[in-house]
Design a protein around this ligand. Structure first.
Ligand SMILES: Cc1cc2nc3c(=O)[nH]c(=O)nc-3n(C[C@H](O)[C@H](O)[C@H](O)COP(=O)(O)OP(=O)(O)OC[C@H]3O[C@@H](n4cnc5c(N)ncnc54)[C@H](O)[C@@H]3O)c2cc1C
Length: 387
């Protein structure tokens, strides 16, 4: 058992999972989370492949199954709402005896947090403001808490990681815009179809309604070159970007744009990947989206859970030699991450075709094949199994 002190920045998917496993290995862990609590966007995410075994070992699989969304498939509709394609995901899961589960990111983070809460001290509503490391440890200052020294610091603070900025450099060096933006917006009412994600495409744009525990969540993904001066926290800028991108589209888009106008719970960000040569600098390492965001297409949650488990395992193996533990973690986890980073172009082509011909071909493919085969094909293109 180790007695090292570890600061984790971010109580998201990766940070809470790491806190749990470091606690099991005897590390003294502190988690600092910028948000005041655990509220977050309710977008659905998958726990699949290697993350299922980790979740089982943590004892959280029953809670995840209980929280699972009830989505059984995707329906593609035209501008007047008529169905033009369909993918049966339930048949696919049955056929492949898959143990994967789809939950909202909010539920996943809450369940992982609950499992880890006895393993770590948690500072909500705070953030690291500076890091200074020497051979024996890292001196950390916070926006609110008193300065402290830790043996190690792990940045699990997401795509726009503060830890990465402080220890590795400005995010513009590592974050790559993938030519798409994504927005989500809870519609605060029941979904008309509680079993299917209903999707409408126009060239370069996708609008969808995702049922989450019966409630409707709008998700909008669209092609757009990087917006000059884009700020992932600027609500008014996000509203203007959406209004321009979706002007004139059919289906439910006009109502969605109306809802966007008055929304204070709209979330929008660039679909981005993080590419960085090394995930560690001395006693500071990166994990999850901060290290290697694969974007929304590509199993980010699964990779965050699996990576946290690997990192804890390697730190526990050589607690007195963190740099070699970080190197082994990176070597092992890159084997899972690297293949996923190539998926975005194909996933984007399927979910957000850029032309009318592309939309028609995708819809035709889902109609011509048996539902399970089409589902298998589409799903594998989007998110090939990690295991
Ligand atoms: C719309 C959308 C759909 C997605 N769909 C899927 C999917 O279907 N399947 C899938 O596997 N993945 C999906 N993902 C990706 C998945 O959500 C992420 O890859 C995953 O959440 C990464 O986990 P993480 O812990 O690294 O980061 P996050 O979950 O982003 O957590 C980071 C945490 O750090 C906190 N934080 C940020 N800055 C600071 C700071 N300065 N100090 C302290 N704390 C800080 C944040 O508040 C947050 O709690 C999707 C993502 C989006 C946006």
């Amino acid at each position: 058992m180790s007695n090292e002190t570890v600061l984790i920045s971010g109580a998201g998917i990766a940070g809470t999972t790491l806190a749990y496993w470091l606690g099991r290995h005897g590390f003294r862990t502190t988690v600092v989370e910028r948000a005041e609590g655990l509220r977050s966007s309710g977008n659905p995410v998958d726990v699949r492949g290697p993350a299922v075994a980790v979740a089982e070992a943590m004892g959280v699989m029953p809670a995840l199954r209980e929280a699972a969304t009830s989505v059984t498939g995707m329906r593609f509709v035209n501008a007047s709402g008529r169905q033009v394609g369909r993918v049966n995901m339930r048949a696919l899961r049955r056929a492949s005896a898959s143990r994967e589960v789809e939950v909202t990111r909010t539920d996943l983070a809450a369940i992982l947090y609950e499992a880890s809460r006895d393993s770590a001290e948690v500072l909500f509503g705070d953030t690291i403001t500076s890091l200074r490391q020497d051979e024996g440890g890292v001196d950390v200052t916070f926006a609110k808490a008193a300065p402290r020294r830790f043996d190690l610091v792990i940045g699990a603070d997401g795509l726009h990681s503060t830890t990465r900025r402080l220890a590795f450099g400005d995010e513009s060096r590592f974050v790559r815009h993938m030519g798409l933006y994504v927005a989500t917006l809870p519609l605060n009412g029941p979904a008309d179809d509680p079993d299917h994600v209903v999707i409408h495409n126009a060239p370069g744009r996708m609008a969808s309604i995702h049922p989450v525990h019966g409630q409707a969540l709008a998700a909008l993904i669209f092609r757009r070159t990087a917006v000059d001066g884009f700020d992932h926290r600027a609500l008014d800028q996000h509203k203007a970007i959406l209004a321009e991108a979706y002007a004139g589209d059919g289906w439910l888009v006009p109502q969605l744009l109306d809802r966007v106008k008055n929304a204070d719970d709209l979330w929008l960000d660039s679909v981005s990947q993080v590419r960085i040569d090394s995930w560690a600098q001395g006693r500071v390492a990166l994990l999850g989206d901060a290290a290697s965001s694969v974007s929304l297409f590509g199993e980010g949650s699964t990779l965050a859970i699996a990576g946290a488990h690997t990192l804890a395992e390697e730190l526990a193996a050589t607690p007195a030699a963190p740099e070699s533990a970080f190197a082994r973690y990176e070597a092992r986890h890159r084997l899972l991450v690297d293949p996923k980073q190539g998926n975005v172009a194909m996933a984007g082509a399927l979910m957000v075709p850029s032309s009318r011909a592309g939309i028609a071909a995708r819809n035709m493919a889902t109609r011509l094949w048996s539902t399970a085969a089409a589902g298998s094909w589409l799903r594998n293109q989007l998110r090939p199994a990690t295991s």
